[in-house]
Ligand binder design. Structure first.
Ligand code: HEC
Ligand code: HEC
Ligand code: HEC
Ligand code: HEC
Length: 153
């Protein structure tokens, strides 16, 4: 009985937590572009636009299939953007203000994800892809270099 009550309470806490996360809404790459389009700061929008992530939704056979879109177009509101900014960085509505964005701690508290290898492996993992899918091999260092959009230091 006690276990059941505890499970229920934990369940409710999780539900409440889930609701808070849901309030952080996806805003789409065009919004990020307004601030992240400066060559001297890394030109993130342009670089992403020319890497395969921005076109992942157009890969053969993906369109309209939930089991494919979970990796190729994971943000339901912005499927056309493929693996969009927020697929890696988290939904942006709560962190997008410049005062918050300039302070990494605050931004993270508002839902910003600073992606790591584990973020990539949500998708770059053969065991999560369909059986008939081409083998996914993933070398983090090499793959990161291909899609990097860090500002020159
Ligand atoms: C109104 C302007 C603005 C918008 C909109 C905006 N950002 Fe930012 N962002 C900034 C500023 C300012 C910084 C601080 C660094 C800098 O000056 O480039 C920053 C920093 C970042 C960082 C680095 C954070 C760190 O400290 O590691 C990431 C990642 C980021 N933004 C992602 C995004 C994404 C994804 C979106 C869209 C969902 C977005 N930003 C929208 C202004 C903005
Ligand atoms: C677990 C995540 C995941 C799932 C699920 C997934 N894919 Fe992929 N897919 C990837 C990754 C990652 C790549 C890139 C692999 C690489 O080049 O290293 C890829 C590559 C592809 C490519 C090659 C694209 C190109 O430009 O060469 C096609 C086509 C493709 N996937 C179709 C599909 C279809 C169709 C489905 C659903 C039946 C699907 N994928 C499901 C992660 C996934
Ligand atoms: C495939 C995942 C992925 C996607 C998609 C992605 N990013 Fe990033 N982004 C990263 C990683 C990884 C880093 C480096 C994190 C670190 O500091 O180690 C990064 C860093 C950044 C930074 C900080 C740059 C710096 O100089 O430190 C900004 C700003 C940023 N991304 C904005 C964007 C915007 C805007 C988009 C969409 C136009 C986008 N990102 C799409 C993975 C991604
Ligand atoms: C939401 C799922 C997802 C995440 C997260 C993700 N990727 Fe991808 N990535 C894909 C898919 C799907 C493709 C294939 C796109 C296509 O070709 O249509 C891909 C393609 C790539 C490619 C191009 C491969 C080639 O053949 O040129 C590189 C490089 C890459 N990803 C690196 C990364 C790195 C590094 C991270 C983490 C910082 C990351 N990805 C995170 C889904 C993801």
């Amino acid at each position: 009985m006690l276990t059941k009550v505890l499970t229920l309470i934990i369940g409710i806490v999780f539900l409440a937590g889930g609701t808070m996360v849901a309030q952080n809404k996806f805003i789409g790459a065009e919004k990020c572009k307004m601030c992240h389009n400066k060559p001297e700061k890394g030109d993130q929008f342009k670089k992403w636009s020319s890497d395969k992530h921005s076109k992942a939704n157009a890969a053969t056979g993906v369109a309209g299939k939930a089991e494919c879109e979970k990796c190729h177009a994971p943000v339901a509101e912005f499927k056309a953007e493929g693996v969009t900014c927020e697929a890696c960085h988290g939904a942006g509505s709560n962190y997008k203000s410049p005062t918050i964005m300039k302070d990494q701690k605050q931004a993270i508290a508002k839902g910003l994800i600073v992606p790591t290898e584990a973020t990539c492996k949500n998708c770059h993992d053969a065991s999560k892809a369909p059986k008939d899918h081409k083998a996914i091999t993933f070398d983090y260092a090499a793959a990161s270099a291909k899609v990097s959009h860090k500002a020159a230091k």
